[in-house]
Design a protein around this ligand. Sequence first.
Ligand SMILES: Cc1cc2nc3c(=O)[nH]c(=O)nc-3n(C[C@H](O)[C@H](O)[C@H](O)COP(=O)(O)OP(=O)(O)OC[C@H]3O[C@@H](n4cnc5c(N)ncnc54)[C@H](O)[C@@H]3O)c2cc1C
Length: 411
Amino acid sequence: MDFKLSEEEEKRRKEFFEGCKELSKEKPKDFIDGIEAEYEKANQPYITRCRKEFAKRGWLRLGWPPEYGGVGSHMDRVFFGEARGYYVLPGVDIFGIEMLAPTLLAMGNKEVKDRYLPGIGDGDTLWCELYSEPNAGSDLAAVTATAIRKGDEYVINGQKTWTTNAHNADWGFGLFRTDPQGRKRRNISFLLMDMKAPGITINPLEYLNRMHMYNEVFFDDVHVPADQIIGEENQGWAVSQALVNFERSNVLAVSAVGRLLETLVEYCNETKVGGKPLAQDPFIRNKVAEMAVEIEASRTLAYYIADQQNRNQLAALFESSAAKVFIGDIYERLGALGTDILGSYGQVSASRWARQRGVWESMYQAAFVLTISMGTNEIQKNIIAWYGLNMPRPLSPVSVEKALATAQAAK
Ligand SMILES: Cc1cc2nc3c(=O)[nH]c(=O)nc-3n(C[C@H](O)[C@H](O)[C@H](O)COP(=O)(O)OP(=O)(O)OC[C@H]3O[C@@H](n4cnc5c(N)ncnc54)[C@H](O)[C@@H]3O)c2cc1C
C-alpha cells in the first residue's frame, strides 16, 4: 500500500474534518463524553442530531455499492472515523453501520440487503449484538440459546447477556444454536430479529452509578421468520467471524487518543512545576513522544486494514485483531500516563480540583473495557498467533491424552 494520500483523498479527508468540526460546535455544554456517551439518556437529542446530519451527507453509506446509495470508499470510512474520533462526535450506531452493514454487503442475499440496508444508511434503525451468554464469551461457539425451525419460522429460547443498547435497539443480530445435537461451530446460525417481538424481555445491567448501557436479554418462544437468517442454516459461525472482523478494525479510537494526547501536550506546555513547564522535563517529553509515535503507527495500521478491505471486504482477519489489541493497549497506557503527569489532580473528575474536565481519571477507569469488549485481548493474541504467525494451536486435553496413548503404544 502507498501510505501517501492522493490529492483527492486529502480533499475528502478535509471535508470530513470540517463537517465534524461544524457539528461539534453544536455539542451541548452538559454533553457527557466517554466510552459510554452514545448510550447516555441525557445525550440522546444531540446524538440524533448528529446521526441525521451524517445520514443526510451520505456518511452512513461510505464504501457501499452505488445500488444501495453508497458513496466513497472504505478509505472514506476511515477518514470519517478519524474526524468523528477527533471531535468526539456520537451518532454512529456501530452495530448497524460498522458491523452489520458490511457483513450484509459481503454475505447477505439481495432480499436481505434491500430490506435492511436502507434503514441503516438513513440512520432510522438501531441495532444490537446478541452474541455473549452467561457461559459463552471468549468461547462464543458454546452458545446455548436455541432457534428451532418450525415451518417458515424459527422459535427462539434462551438468554444473552452484556447486550449493549438492547433497550434502545429496533433490531438485533445474533448467534443461536439451530442444531442442538450438531458439532460445535457447525450447529449455529446467524439471525436478525425485531427487538419488540413478543417473548423478548430486556433487563438492564446498570453500573454502580446507575448508568445503563448493557442488558440481559431473555427469549421465551420468540418467533422469527426463517428468511431473517444470514447465510445457510448451521453456517452462522462464518458470518459471525466476518462481522467481528469489521467490529475490530475501527479507527475511531486511534483518532480519539490522538486528540487526547494533544490535550495532554497542552497541559504540559501550560503547567509549571518548580518554575519550569512540565514540557521541559526530559522524562515527560520522552514518554509523550513515545506515545505520539505509537498512535501514528496505529493510524497506519488502520489505513492498511481499510486498504485491504477496499480490495476484498473479508480480508485482514489477524490485522484487525492486531489493531484492536494495539489501540486498546495504547488507550490504557495513555490513561496511565495522563494520570501520572497530572499527579494528584489526575485522580479526580467531579471536583473543583479536576483539571481538563477530569478526563484523565475517567479515561483511566474506563480504558480497560477496550481490552475485553469485541473479544478479549488474550483471544486476539491467539488469533494473531494462529492466523498471522502460523503458530500451532495448543492441544486440547483430549488430544494430549490421545498423543500420550499413541506414544505409549509405540514404545
Ligand atoms: C464494553 C463492553 C461491551 C460489550 N457489548 C457486548 C454486546 O453488545 N454484545 C455481546 O454479545 N457481548 C458484549 N460484550 C461482551 C464481550 O464480548 C465479552 O465480555 C467478551 O467476549 C469476554 O467474554 P466473558 O466476559 O465471558 O469472559 P471469559 O470468556 O469468561 O474470559 C475470562 C478471562 O479468561 C480469558 N480467556 C478465556 N479463554 C481464553 C483462551 N482460550 N486463551 C487465553 N485466555 C482466555 C479471557 O481473555 C479473560 O481474561 C461486551 C463487553 C464489554 C466489556
